[in-house]
Structures are given as C-alpha cells and as structure tokens.
Design a protein around this ligand. Structure first.
Ligand SMILES: [Zn+2]
Length: 347
C-alpha cells in the first residue's frame, strides 16, 4: 500500500505508545521544562487538526448520502485517523521521554505534500499560464505551523530533558523479582531470551524515579541489553503476567529436561541448575497462587504477558498441572541443595 510507504518514510514514532494516564501520572511527578511543554502544545495541533479533518470528511460523506461512501473515502478517513493516532503518540513522547523526532513526522509528511503542491502550482503559473488560486498558499502555511515545535525542542533546556527522565523508558515493575522475570521472559531485539537464573541488575535513579538497569550483553547477540525497569507502587498493574511465568516454567522444563544424576555434575553446573530451578519454582508458585479457590485454572486475565505457542495444551493452566510443576521444581531445588551440602560436608 503506497500510503504505508509514505508514512514509514516520514518516520512515525516507533514502538507502542505509553497510555495517556501513565504519561499524566509521570507529568505530575516531574514537570518538564517550559520549552518542552510549549513544544508539546504546538505538536498537539497536528493530531487535533487530523482528527478535525477526519470529522469533516465523515460529515461531508454523510451529506452526500450513503451511496457516496465509497471504499476510497472510508480508507481515506481511516488513514487520517491512523495519522492522528501516530501524531498523538509522538506528542506524548515529547513530554514523557524527551523524544522529539517522532512528534515532527506529520511536518515531514506535509513537507513532502508541499513539494507536490509547488510543482503543480508552478505548472499552472508558468506552463499553463493560469492564475494560481490563493488556496495554494494553505499547505505552505500549515506546514510552517507544523514545524513550529522544532523551534521549542531545539532550546537547550529541552535537549537535556531526555537524559533527566531516562527511567520513563523503562518497563514498569513492582519489585526486583518482577524485573528479573521480564528480563528473562521477553526476547531481546535479536529474538533471543536470557538464560534462566539471577541476572545482575544495577539500581538506578533519576528525576522519573527509581529502578534497575541491566549492565550485561545479550546471551544471543552479545550486544548490550540496555534494558531498563522502573519501580512502580505495589498496587499497580504491570506488564508481567501469568503468560510470562508459564513461559519460564515451560522453558525450564525444556532446557533442563530430566535433571537425572546430580552427583555427576560439576559445582558450576549445580549452581546454574539451582538458579534455573529457583526461577521455575517461584513462577509455578505464583501461578498456583493466582488460581482462585473456587476455580481449577488460572483465569483468563491472569494469563496476560508472553503468549504461549498454539500447540501448548490449555491444560497447562490447570491447578493439577501447575501443582505438579511446583512439586517438581521444589524437589530439584531440594536435591541440588542436599548435593551441595553433602559436598561441603566432605571437604
Ligand atoms: Zn540480543
């Protein structure tokens, strides 16, 4: 689809947007510099203008009657609404994480449109010898307005904002255990996940709050992970869900398989096995705790997070299956601890 290519070329804000509620909450904690607020207010004109345009298109369409609502007009409205959504996402990012490039993507799109308008206007005036209507100035005036936020974002106080609220880019977590869980359950950009175990997390803080950074390379591609986690109050819902926990339990199952004879394992192997079993045991226990007393399975909303493969049977969510996992990993942990204690006693 051509419009998709044009939009991609204008570099819309990447990634999922932070919910507006979250952005407003962060704004109450840390107020951005005036330049950022002014820039954001100006940048908000783009989504508002696009939304207004979509409404005008719909009203015009309905005034022509239902038979005039062609697929083209419906698609045109949908693209306008999509652009408004992307522009709104870009606007929120300016105040939330100090990322300004995404907020200017409608300005970049409009600049491309201006080039087309200039060519058409020049043809009318110089080749056809017609009078160019005054309305040809409108795209240029509109585009100039769309670029106004760039002036505010270029102020020194605005350029430093991103560094002051780096933690706003972090995944919200309720404690360090949840940060560890998400680090292992969610794949890196390269597609690899990190091995089961305890990973070194560095406590960090900035104007956005407190949290943890991951200072280690990815186990798959060896590039720095660069993961950030932001501490949020314990009563807040976070991204970490039952899906992540189940995925980790199943990963332990696949990676460790039949644990077998512990006596033949090296001390380093035993330590790794203990760490992985501890993750699986903790996740299975948390899953079991999420089964309501009057139910036999983890409820649907408790299965959020990482999606399991389609061929994983639904029965993995049952109380019986999870209890089996808790027993299994507790027994592995007990076995490893006994083996380690036995060896320590022999020395
Ligand atoms: Zn990687």
């Amino acid at each position: 689809m051509e419009s998709k290519k044009v939009i991609a070329a204008a570099r819309p804000p990447a990634g999922m947007g932070t919910p507006t509620r979250e952005v407003l909450r962060a704004l109450r904690v840390t107020r951005p510099p005036a330049a950022v607020l002014v820039g954001a207010a100006l940048a908000a004109l783009a989504p508002l203008g696009l939304l207004a345009a979509a409404v005008v298109i719909v009203v015009r369409m309905s005034s022509y009657g239902v038979w005039y609502i062609t697929a083209f007009m419906v698609a045109f409205t949908a693209v306008t609404l999509l652009l408004a959504g992307l522009a709104w996402r870009g606007t929120k990012r300016t105040v939330h994480i100090g990322e300004y490039d995404g907020a200017l993507f409608v300005a970049r799109l409009a600049t491309g449109f201006c080039v087309v308008a200039a060519v058409v206007g020049a043809k009318l005036a110089f080749i056809d010898g017609d009078d160019v209507p005054w309305t040809f100035a409108l795209p240029f005036i509109g585009t100039a307005v769309l670029w106004l936020p760039a002036l505010a974002f270029a102020r020194p106080s605005a350029t430093g904002w991103a560094d002051q609220v780096l933690l706003n880019r972090g995944l919200p977590v309720r404690d360090e255990d949840e940060a560890q869980l998400l680090l292992m359950a969610r794949p890196h950009d390269c597609g690899h996940t990190q091995p089961l175990g305890r990973h070194p997390l560095v406590p960090v803080a900035d104007r956005a709050g407190r949290g943890w950074a991951v200072d280690q390379p990815c186990a798959g591609c060896r590039r720095p992970l660069g993961s950030l986690f932001r501490l949020v109050p314990a009563d807040r819902q976070t991204d970490a869900g039952g899906g992540d926990r189940m995925w980790l339990v199943r990963s332990a199952d696949q990676a460790l398989g039949d644990v077998g004879d512990l006596a033949g394992r090296s001390p380093a192997e035993l330590v790794r096995l203990r760490e992985a079993a501890a993750v699986a045991a903790r996740c299975a226990e948390e899953l079991l705790a999420s089964v309501p007393p009057d139910r036999d399975t983890v409820p649907g909303r408790g299965q959020r997070g990482r999606v399991l493969d389609v061929w994983v049977p639904r029965t993995v969510w049952s109380r019986a299956s999870i209890t089996e996992q808790v027993t299994r990993w507790r027994s592995v942990l007990g076995g490893v601890d006994a083996e380690l204690a036995g060896r320590a006693g022999q020395q």
